[in-house]
Design a protein around this ligand. Structure first.
Ligand code: PMP
Length: 384
């Protein structure tokens, strides 16, 4: 009997080591990791430059209280907001915590209670972020929830128009719903969100925990849709596996987050910030991001070309290296892929999510494609 709370439905695989896109289990079986820790290990496992940054910082200082100045935090904040309309950063340890900070900041700054979020969204498991989340199964049994949030259907302009007014503090959304099934809205929906935010002076909070830090081929996914957020939340790929989260925001918001208003012990410790800086030094290069876009586009086209022939596959969707295969028997296929040595994760209803490290090679993508084609062939031939 395990001494762990049974909160996770775990696979009987114990990953022992990782190297780039590959991970190895207890039997030394090798897998291509297209979960990349669910968008976390954005540069693959044990990336040498990240390991070096970790080692170097670990020999200097790991942690100081946020009562002291932390140079690594200041540098990282500058890197994150450079060439954006964001000015300031607050560091924490996870995506949920970044979203908590965003919710608190929006309420304190606007002095209003109502925050619009969307059905099928995912914002975390803490009380506020869970209440913001638009998936009922995440919230079952935990009520009464925080009353702040009004959930609207995703990609529905008329509902958005109907429920937003000058009493609304913020609209909070993922630009591409990750856990919800890689769902991208129509461009007109994003335009309407932006228009409404400007019209009523509503804060726009973009949750980039899954889509940010290069995952979609841009530093932040909101850049694809011409959005102008007031607050952006980050985690996952920011630390390439080291726990760190961040909330970015415009300078006007600073007054609501004065000394003593919010904080966290470990947030922005020098070790996490040094690791994250080494990650951004690589990912925030135009050439690197262009490569993510090229590889993602190619891979998606290949999947479309081969898989859309099956009546059971309805769509391949996503951006950059965040790709979803919408199909029947997704759960079964994920297990077969695992047996073939390719790790993937489900999302939403019947979506297989592919999130390789952003520095995945063309050869590794080809190898993954071959495994996918073999498994789809076997599954649908046997099933039909
Ligand atoms: N927001 C989004 C969009 C996410 O995908 C996740 C994690 N799946 C979170 C927030 C929560 O992040 P964390 O697990 O680090 O709290």
């Amino acid at each position: 009997m395990s001494a762990l709370f049974p909160t996770y439905k775990r696979k009987q695989i114990r990953l022992q080591k990782g190297n780039g896109t590959y991970v190895y289990d207890q039997n030394n079986k090798k897998y291509l990791d297209f979960t990349s820790g669910i968008a976390v290990t954005s540069l693959g496992h044990c990336h040498p430059e990240v390991v070096a940054a970790l080692q170097k910082q670990s020999e200097c200082i790991w942690h100081t209280s946020n009562l002291f100045e932390i140079q690594q935090q200041e540098l990282l904040a500058e890197t994150l907001v450079k060439n954006t309309d964001m000015d300031l950063a607050f560091f924490c340890n996870s995506g949920a915590e970044a979203n908590e900070a965003a919710i608190k900041l929006a309420k304190k700054f606007t002095r209003k209670n109502k925050i619009i979020t969307f059905n099928d969204s995912f914002h975390g498991r803490t009380f506020g972020s869970m209440s913001a989340t638009g998936q009922q199964k995440i919230k079952d049994g935990f009520g009464p929830l925080v009353s702040t949030f009004l959930h609207l259907p995703w990609n529905d302009i008329s509902q958005l128009e109907k429920h937003t007014d000058s009493e609304t503090a913020a609209i909070m959304m993922e630009v591409i719903q990750g856990e919800g099934g890689i769902k991208i809205a129509d461009i007109n929906f994003y335009k309407k969100v932006q228009e409404i935010c400007k019209k009523y002076d509503i804060l726009l909070i973009i949750d980039e925990v899954q889509t940010g830090i290069g995952r979609t081929g841009k530093r932040y996914a909101y850049e694809h849709f011409g959005l102008d957020p007031d607050i952006v939340t980050l985690a996952k790929g920011l630390g390439n596996g080291f726990p760190i989260g961040a909330m970015l925001g415009k300078r006007k918001l600073a007054e609501a987050f004065g000394p003593g208003s919010h904080g966290t012990t470990f947030g922005g410790n020098p070790l996490a910030c040094a690791v994250s800086q080494s990650v951004l030094n690589i990912i925030f290069q135009d050439e690197f991001l262009k490569e993510v876009e090229r590889k993602g586009k190619n891979f998606k086209e290949q999947l479309e070309c081969h898989l859309l022939n099956y009546p059971s596959v309805s769509e391949i969707r996503g951006a950059g290296l965040l790709i979803g295969i919408v199909c029947d028997h997704a759960g079964e296929i994920i297990v077969s892929l695992e047996n073939e040595g390719l790790l993937t994760v489900p999302a939403g209803e019947g979506v297989i999510r592919l999130l390789p490290p952003l520095n995945v090679t063309d050869e590794e993508l080809r190898s993954a494609l071959n495994k996918i084609l073999a498994v789809f062939h076997n599954t649908y031939v046997t099933v039909t």
